[in-house]
Design a protein. Structure first.
Length: 250
């Protein structure tokens, strides 16, 4: 068998029903290329390998798990990328889907990696700590709405699919989990540039308790800062509000 490594945030899914539901969430849309992040003991992998006519790759940093997967599922040989997902290059040259029981200790960084590849990512489905999943799906006016919510929702439609109980894992994590699905928006909000948008959003939420006027003072002229929208706080602005404001930045 294999050992569980706390240092890698390993909590392996053991609930077959949840595995099947994640695969069903993927299969709603046609897919050709599929990358699994952190297959671990292969709970999800064994179902993914059964999907017909797809190119499959798995990204796994743990050498012991790589050896276990190759021994247990011989058909996975030559399909494993043995490195951290955060260090890997784009797994396919064509458009692809990402799935996984994402390691909770790097789940936010995984999403930033997805944003780097967003032009080629046609779907993301997987498990996050519930608090993170809710944050990604959160709308303006909500306390959990923040940088992650705005940046992901600017490019993807976010669907919170279902909760997952701690007992669905070995060992059970101390937090609840949730499965979400991301699909590219057919029409992305107009913005001056992605660089300006990312800078504005991160700066605004860096001091989220302040009014926008005080939080982003260095990014706009004094005249622009007089506009009413700057009386609001970052969490009160929609994704489109942020996008439109980029056109008025210095």
């Amino acid at each position: 068998m294999y050992t569980l490594k706390k240092s890698l945030g390993q909590h392996f899914l053991k609930d077959e029903n949840i595995c099947r539901k994640i695969v069903e969430a993927l299969m709603v849309y046609p897919l050709k290329n599929l990358a699994e992040v952190g297959p671990g003991g292969g709970a999800l992998t064994k179902y993914l390998l059964q999907i017909p006519d797809i190119n499959f790759k798995a990204v796994e940093i743990d050498k012991e798990k790589v050896e276990f997967l190759e021994k247990t599922y011989p058909q996975i040989k030559d399909k494993i990328i043995h490195e951290s997902f955060l260090d890997t290059t784009q797994p396919f040259e064509e458009k692809f889907t990402i799935v996984g029981n994402f390691p909770y200790n790097i789940s936010t960084q995984i999403l930033f990696k997805v944003l780097e590849w967003k032009d080629d990512v046609e779907c993301v489905a997987g498990m996050f700590q519930k608090e993170v999943a809710q944050r990604i799906a959160s709308k303006e006016g909500n306390k959990t709405y923040g940088v992650l919510s705005v940046l992901v929702q600017a490019f993807f439609k976010v669907e919170y699919l279902f909760d997952v109980h701690e007992n669905s894992f070995n060992p059970p994590p101390k937090v609840k989990s949730g499965v979400i699905r991301l699909l590219p928006l057919p029409q992305k909000p107009g913005m001056k540039s992605e660089k300006a948008f990312f800078l504005l959003v991160k700066t605004a939420f860096n001091q989220r308790r302040k009014t926008l006027r005080n939080a982003v003072r260095g990014l706009f002229t004094p005249e622009v800062l007089e506009e009413d929208i700057f009386n609001k706080r970052a969490e009160q602005l929609s994704v489109n509000d942020f996008a439109l404001l980029t056109f008025k930045m210095n």
